[in-house]
Design a protein around this ligand. Structure first.
Ligand code: AVJ
Length: 322
């Protein structure tokens, strides 16, 4: 194998994979799904009719963009639009376009774990909106807190769209919102997108497409271990499995070993055994209701200033203030 320098992200990937796969039961963090291939598969997921989240939020932003941008810019002549998990920025572009129509000076600071996603976003923005100032940052949500904390005295709008918060358990979500609050001045805002509880079948279908796109997305984490850490996972020997608990609102993704098998990960000096039907837990996608959101926001010491939703109330966007 070619010699590579271990950059921060590689080291974190190696350490967390080792920890997760030697734990019982086994788990891996969904943040590691997003490399160039993972980003590409996620684009395909967003195009699936069954993955309603993106379209619902897009419609809500499209319909309410003037009102939303008015709130963002009120009492301020300069804002910094910071986005956590920016991805392809498709929904954000609606807001950027609306902002460009006004006379508030603004900059856009997309944050993403995937450098690939940031590169694509930056080049599409420079083509479509050459006048918008873009200041990207690669890192995890936690790492991004430092960057957010160090921003200047413009009014900050922190975008956390797409139900990205749903990857966090409630307790972690509250802690994270508390940390965000610490970086906020009185006039700053969080714009939070949250997928809502609904017919459990609709939710299950969003994460369980018959074409196997979500399966490939989930398995990309094993593919990355194979290429980046010299693993020998046989992806065909794992099955994507999704469960949704309508009581807690938690959707969980697993990879299930369909037979007893040994796997080695050379770069970690790790030999693993899987029993038949043993699981690796890979992702949670939390669904919310008003009661839960109120409780989380309250625990974080924040307030809901406004809420927007699509006509079916499938997905809601909240403006949070201190
Ligand atoms: C990007 C985290 C919001 O949980 O709905 C899509 C990722 N996982 N299909 C989600 C995902 C499986 C997505 N988030």
């Amino acid at each position: 194998m070619e010699e590579r320098t271990l950059i921060k992200t590689d080291l974190q990937f190696a350490q967390e994979v080792k920890k997760g796969l030697t734990d019982f039961p086994k788990h891996l963090s969904s943040k590691f799904i997003y490399d160039q291939n993972g980003d590409r598969i996620f684009q395909k997921i967003m195009e699936m009719p069954s993955y309603y989240l993106t379209n619902c939020e897009y419609d809500t932003l499209k319909r309410n963009r003037r009102k939303i941008v008015d709130l963002f810019t009120q009492n301020s002549n300069s804002i910094n639009l910071i986005e956590l998990g920016a991805g392809d920025g498709k929904k954000t572009k609606l807001l950027l376009e609306e902002l460009s129509k006004g006379n508030t000076c603004f900059k856009y600071s997309p944050i993403d774990i995937s450098q690939n996603a940031l590169d694509l976003l930056q080049s599409s923005l420079s083509q479509e909106y050459p006048n918008i100032k873009v200041d990207p940052y690669q890192g995890t949500y936690i790492e991004s807190l430092k960057t957010i904390g160090n921003t200047g005295d413009e009014k900050k709008i922190i975008l956390f769209l797409g139900s990205n918060i749903g990857n966090l358990l409630h307790e972690q979500a509250v802690l994270f919102l508390q940390e965000l609050k610490k970086t906020m001045k009185d006039e700053d805002m969080i714009f939070l997108g949250c997928d809502q509880k609904k017919d459990p079948q609709t939710i299950l279908d969003a994460y369980n497409d018959p074409e196997g796109i979500t399966e490939a997305f989930n398995k990309n984490i094993l593919a990355r271990i194979n290429t980046e850490l010299e693993g020998n996972f046989n992806l065909d020997k794992f099955k994507h499995w999704e469960v949704y608990d309508p009581q807690t609102g938690t959707a969980k993704s697993y990879l299930v070993s369909i037979e007893p098998q040994d796997v080695s990960i050379k770069a970690l000096d790790l030999e693993l055994t899987f029993a038949q039907w043993e699981t690796i837990h890979t992702e949670i996608s939390q669904k919310y209701d008003d009661l839960t959101i109120n409780a989380l926001v309250d625990k974080a010491g924040l307030k809901i200033a406004r809420a927007y939703a699509d006509d079916r109330d499938y997905f809601k966007n909240y403006i949070l203030v201190k």
